[in-house]
Structures are given as C-alpha cells and as structure tokens.
Design a protein around this ligand. Structure first.
Ligand code: GAR
Length: 190
C-alpha cells in the first residue's frame, strides 16, 4: 500500500462482543511506532463488552443495532465521514454484503480462529478437536464476499495436544491472534 506522508492510516474496527482484539490493537498502537491509528469503532450490539475499550481510549464509537442492510448503510456513512482507510473486523459476527464491500472501496481485514482455508465459519476449536488435528491457529485475511476466503495476510500456528479442549484451544489461539492482527496491520501499512 502506498505510504501516507505525514499522516497515519485511519483504521475502523467492527466488533460484536468481547473486544480483546480491539483492546490489543489499541494498546499496540499506543505502545509502538505505528503509521496507523484506530479512528472509529462500530458495534452491531449494544451489549458488546468491547465498546468499553473505545470509551477508555477515547475513540469515537457507534452502535448500530439494526438488520444488516441498515447497519451497512449507517456504517458506510460513518466510515466515509471519518475518511477511514482500512476496516478491521475483530469478532464481528455478521456477514458483510457484496454491495457493502464494493461500495466501501477500501481494504477490509478479518481475523479468524483457524488455519484457513480449514475450518471456515463457527465452532472452529470444537471441529479441530473432533478431527484430531495436530495444529491449529489463526488467520488474518482480506474480506471478500465469500465467507473466510480472501487472500491470507498472516497465519500463526500452535500445536493441539490430546489434553486440549475447545476452551484451552481458544485461549491459545487468542494469544496468537493478539500477535497476528497488529503484525498484519504493520505489514500492510508499511
Ligand atoms: C476471536 O477469536 C476471533 O478470531 C473470532 O471471534 C473472536 C473475537 O474475540 N472471530 C470469528 O470467529 C470470525 N469468524 P474478541 O471479541 O475478544 O476480539
């Protein structure tokens, strides 16, 4: 991506829940020299715990608890108004429409808790264990209209042991996610 001279890439983050990836990105950009900054947080749920991190870090945030079409319409206006350069999905549990992706015309990234293209969709850790996989991990990838299928930016891998269960795997993978997402942003914004 071309370098922004004298400016930082403006990032928006979409969340639906806990927001640990959002918190981690906020901390990372505070503690490190980044040429990106989080300028907007949007949640599709009022109950999303992650909203508190936007509040703590004094980042503009919006909640659009609407059906996806209206959500997208409102989000598009907010993103354009803030002149957002990159959209990061972080535990955003809705599927964005083809029209939204086309209209937005900026890079959209997602983090997924599996080694894509394996285990797209939900309940990844449970399925990894059922299939007796030796490794699992996380993937940061570009978002395309096809679910969990865009070009991969970064993957991180961890061993699955016999004693692992979905809870232990989810903890291990989350630690990797917290390394992978900032790395991916550093990579695409360099
Ligand atoms: C993360 O594990 C992320 O990979 C996953 O939701 C969790 C959100 O955690 N995303 C998906 O499953 C998307 N398909 P967080 O709210 O603490 O960042």
């Amino acid at each position: 991506m071309a370098q922004l001279i004298g400016h930082k890439f403006k990032i928006a983050v979409f969340i639906s829940g806990r927001g640990s990836n959002l918190k981690n990105l906020l901390n990372f950009s505070k503690k490190n020299k980044t040429n990106w900054k989080i300028s907007l947080v949007i949640s599709n749920k009022k109950s999303a715990k992650g909203i508190k991190y936007a509040q703590q870090f004094k980042i503009p945030h919006k909640i659009f608890e609407n059906k996806i079409k209206i959500f997208e319409k409102k989000a598009l206006i907010a993103l354009k108004k803030k002149k957002i350069n990159i959209l990061c999905l972080a535990g955003f549990m809705r599927i964005l429409s083809k029209t939204f992706i086309k209209k937005l015309k900026i890079k959209i990234l997602n983090i997924h808790p599996s080694l894509l293209p394996k285990y797209k969709g939900m309940n990844t850790h449970k399925r990894v264990i059922q299939k007796k996989e030796k490794f699992t991990g996380c993937t940061v990838h570009y978002v395309t209209p096809k679910l969990d299928s865009g070009k991969i930016i970064i993957q991180k891998k961890v061993r699955v042991y016999k004693k692992d269960n979905p809870k232990t795997l989810s903890k291990k993978v989350l630690l990797l996610e917290h390394q992978a997402y900032p790395e991916a942003l550093q990579k695409i914004c360099s």
